[in-house]
Ligand binder design. Structure first.
Ligand SMILES: Cc1cc2nc3c(=O)[nH]c(=O)nc-3n(C[C@H](O)[C@H](O)[C@H](O)COP(=O)(O)O)c2cc1C
Length: 167
């Protein structure tokens, strides 16, 4: 159990800004640091979208910009990013596979268009991580900036803090 306030990192990939916005809301509640995952691969107009979907379906690794966020020394981390083709976006998967260090307590916070249930994405992320997430949540774009979003973020934050204190 951390002696003082837990140090929390949010590692976020966002192609079109929704996940970044959610990460910022969560960081205010948790007083957490945000680290952006980036890749040029999906930035090309229109073709970037196709590539994202294609890479997601064939589960290809993303060439992430290096150095990757170094979150050693944090008590807990949140991985935040979109659902692509029912899975966590490829950059999140690639980060989990490549990161040198991930804390014991990790939360998964996904954003989505709301047209696929998040269970498939949770299961795949858990399989890649090799253990259960302390807390997982999905926020559809349709509830962005509504009281429902605030509720989900507040619950996510308090569950993550509880898991961190429990160790
Ligand atoms: C290639 C691609 C595939 C997507 N697949 C899904 C999907 O299977 N289910 C869903 O609900 N939303 C899907 N979406 C919508 C995104 O998950 C949603 O818009 C998300 O909030 C985008 O986050 P971002 O703005 O941080 O990139 C997809 C978006 C893209 C670009």
């Amino acid at each position: 159990m951390p002696a003082s306030k837990p140090k929390i990192a949010i590692v976020c990939y966002s192609k079109s800004g929704h996940s970044r916005h959610i990460a910022e809301q969560l960081s205010e509640v948790l007083d957490a640091d945000i680290y952006a995952l980036t890749t040029a691969r999906y930035m090309i107009p229109f073709f970037g979208y196709l590539r994202a979907g294609f890479d997601s379906v064939r589960r290809a690794p993303t060439p992430l910009t290096h150095p990757l966020p170094d979150i050693e020394g944090y008590d807990a981390a949140v991985l935040c990013g979109p659902v692509w083709t029912s899975y966590p976006a490829v950059p999140l998967i690639s980060y989990m596979r490549q990161a040198n260090y991930l804390p014991q307590v990790i939360g998964l916070l996904l954003t989505s268009g709301g047209h696929s249930p998040p269970q498939k994405a949770y299961a795949m992320a858990e399989q890649v991580l090799g253990r259960a997430f302390a807390v997982q949540e999905a926020i559809p774009n349709s509830i962005e900036d509504t009281p429902d979003m605030d509720d989900k973020i507040a619950r996510f934050a308090s569950d993550l803090i509880a898991a961190t204190i429990k160790g």
